[in-house]
Design a protein around this ligand. Structure first.
Ligand SMILES: [Zn+2]
Length: 682
């Protein structure tokens, strides 16, 4: 009773006489203050932060310690700082943006001067903070986006699951509050098990009433582009277009801009931090119509007036989907969620599921290398194993998380602990994720209310028919015609996307020429298409594996692209990357030379070696190419030359072939490939 009374008093003081709690808020505060492990599953905008701020206020009045809020997102922290100020709570944050003030902040935590501290998981686990923790009196431990600690969830973060250890070390009298906007029963059960103790769950209805959902089957890229061209400007206000890969974000936003729709891409890329930050700021101020984003624009992003969310591709599961469409229509009456899907989306999502955990073999190999050294830099591991960099990283993260390896001063060491690869569990999780993908498929095919279908999948069974989605209405939510002209326009655009790739300038180590800088460097390369993409990318794939000859259409387009390069640089000859398995590239290069009216030269030979595609990282790719490509003796290499191959991936084949040509008299080598087959990045 006392808690309830005080809670209402504070609410009145802060928000005015007669203010009321939203359904469930007071219960959650009461549970938290009676030292329960409390889990709040409520839709974004419900007011989870009020629960922990108000609890903090009361705990502080009782003389308890600081509230520690672990939150993965910086944007989120900014929003919450404002809310805390309203309640006159003294707040600060520990993350990379406050790095230079860390010791000052830690001091005020030790002397119990702060009411609330926001911290990212990364900062929480840095040694400075870890060693200070025992001296900090914690009154309440909160973790936001709690679904991240469950690997059953859609958004599992390895750094997050270590939080459980911090919870385990807290005195039993310290209440723990976990919050999330998205957790199905499986995830709730998992959190219950992990958090232990007397567990209270606050669950609210998840339907967002303002949303009109529409699902559109759009088989290929050109159709989706054409749809966006016709419809984006008719959608209300500003919106988000979600793509599965960074590359698609760039393409879509470029395409829209070229056609009069103001768009900017947004994803995670450290090298473009300023541009990406600018995109968010402009979007926030409604200076652009759309932001084209990966899931990076996800958790906690709060803009109340988003009028639409378009999915350019289908997300892998309903929870992500729900979370993403939930960005729209927070403070407005009507908003649209449009889901486009096609066949290839499933393949991309399959790939993400398959690669969620590191392979057993990779973990063992990496661990063996670490065990054989007394401290090894992360970057040096690739010299000892033929494993892709990102897979090495992933293996290390899991090994570190299991305390089998540890880092000290940038070097990795093996601990005495045994390593057990929990294959059974990983397989179970993958299986669950496939089930979720099927659920998503269910949404695409359902004739029921879309909104109801989605929240039912999240185990909220309270939902009714929304009366707004295209299934409820039995008609189009709005006009969705596509102009044939727009499809043409889109196809032309897709086919005009030429990919330029910069040359490699460094050896992976010094064994090739005594230093890492290369003496001979290629010119910027050109790839005609993205391998497998609609348009030329599809043609390359088909011709390579089915027709065994590259068609005249590809030849014509290559001539178009190359004729200026040839003219501008006075190029008089071309050569090609030889293959032991087929003459398809040689044949193409010969025809290309004829059309470009330049000399066709056979300059390089290949020794039997393993196929380059089996080489997984730079040192291995470089070595394999270096040993297999040589110049044909006695050949006269011209000063400027085009170098033709069908595919470019790691660029080592081009790099070494160009190197050999320049070693033997060429001054400038211009690489050209029909398709870029390097992997899409998220
Ligand atoms: Zn409906």
């Amino acid at each position: 009773m006392e808690i309830k009374k005080r809670a209402y008093e504070i609410l009145d003081q802060t928000y005015g006489e007669g203010s009321t709690f939203r359904s469930g808020q007071l219960e959650a505060i009461e549970a938290t203050l009676s030292h329960k492990r409390t889990l709040v599953v409520q839709k974004t905008g419900w007011g989870k932060s009020l629960v922990y701020f108000l609890s903090t206020k009361i705990l502080r009045e009782q003389g308890k310690g600081v509230t520690l809020v672990v939150s993965p997102l910086l944007i989120l922290m900014e929003n919450q700082l404002e809310a805390a100020n309203k309640l006159e709570l003294k707040c600060d944050r520990l993350n990379y943006t406050t790095k230079e003030r860390h010791s000052e902040i830690i001091d005020s935590l030790k002397s119990n001067k702060l009411d609330v501290i926001f911290i990212t998981p990364e900062t929480l686990f840095n040694p400075e903070v870890q060693s200070a923790l025992p001296e900090i009196k914690i009154g309440l431990f909160v973790f936001d986006e709690a679904h991240c600690i469950s690997d059953w969830g859609h958004d599992f973060r390895l750094k997050y699951c270590k939080l459980i250890r911090v919870v385990e070390n807290l005195p039993a009298s310290v209440p723990v509050l976990a919050t999330t906007a998205t957790a199905n029963n499986r995830v709730v059960e998992d959190l219950k098990e992990q958090l232990g103790g007397d567990f209270f769950v606050s669950r609210g209805p998840l339907t967002r009433e303002s949303l009109c959902i529409k699902v559109l089957f759009m088989p290929d890229r050109a159709t989706r582009y054409a749809w966006m061209l016709k419809n984006i400007n008719n959608l209300p206000g500003t919106g988000i277009i979600y793509c599965l890969t960074k590359r698609d974000c760039d393409y879509v936003s470029d395409f829209l801009n070229k056609h009069g729709i103001n768009a900017m891409p947004y994803y995670s890329d450290d090298s473009k931090k300023t541009e990406l930050q600018e995109a968010i700021e402009k979007f926030q101020k409604n200076e652009i119509k759309v932001i084209v984003a990966t899931i990076k624009l996800g958790m906690g992003y709060d803009k109340g007036d988003i009028g639409f969310v378009v999915h350019y591709q289908c997300p892998s599961n309903i929870i992500s989907y729900y979370q993403q469409i939930g960005r729209a229509g927070r403070n407005i009456d009507k908003a649209y969620a449009i889901l486009m899907y096609g066949q290839e989306d499933k393949q991309i999502n399959e790939y993400f599921i398959e690669t969620a955990f590191p392979k057993k073999d990779d973990c063992e190999k990496v661990l063996e290398v670490v065990r054989n050294h007394d401290g090894l830099k992360k970057d040096d591991i690739k010299f000892y194993v033929n494993i892709e960099n990102r897979e090495i990283e992933k293996a290390l993260m899991f090994l570190e998380n299991e305390d089998v390896v540890f880092f000290e001063k940038n070097k990795c060491y093996a601990s005495p602990n045994d390593y057990i690869y929990n294959e059974e569990h990983y397989n179970e999780v993958k299986q669950a994720k496939r089930k979720e993908m099927e659920q998503m498929q269910g949404l695409l095919n359902t004739k029921e209310c879309y909104s109801k279908f989605v929240v039912n999948c999240l185990d909220d069974l309270s939902a009714k028919e929304c009366g707004k989605c295209s299934n409820c209405l039995g008609e189009n939510v709005f006009d969705n015609n596509i102009n044939l002209d727009d499809i043409d326009e889109a196809l032309q655009y897709v086919n005009s996307l030429i990919i330029k790739f910069s040359p490699r300038k460094k050896w992976p180590n010094k064994k090739y020429s005594g230093k890492t800088t290369m003496e001979y460097i290629n010119q910027e390369g050109i790839a005609l298409s993205k391998y497998g993409d609609v348009g030329y990318g599809e043609l390359v794939k088909k011709d390579k594996y089915e027709n065994k000859q590259f068609c005249d259409e590809l030849l014509g387009k290559s001539v178009d692209v190359l004729k200026n390069v040839v003219k501008e640089n006075g190029i008089k000859a071309l050569t090609f990357v030889p293959s032991l398995r087929s003459d398809i590239v040689k044949n193409f290069a010969e025809r290309l030379a004829k059309k470009l009216n330049i000399e066709f030269l056979e300059t390089l030979k290949k020794e039997p070696a393993r196929e380059q595609k089996y080489m997984q990282n730079s040192p291995h790719q470089c070595e394999n190419a270096f040993e297999s490509f040589h110049i044909i003796e006695g050949v006269n290499v011209p000063k400027d030359i085009l170098l033709i191959d069908d595919m470019v991936d790691s660029k080592w084949t081009f790099t070494i072939c160009g190197y050999r040509l320049m070693e033997n008299g060429a001054e400038k080598v211009f690489p050209f490939a029909l398709a870029d087959s390097s992997r899409n990045e998220v």
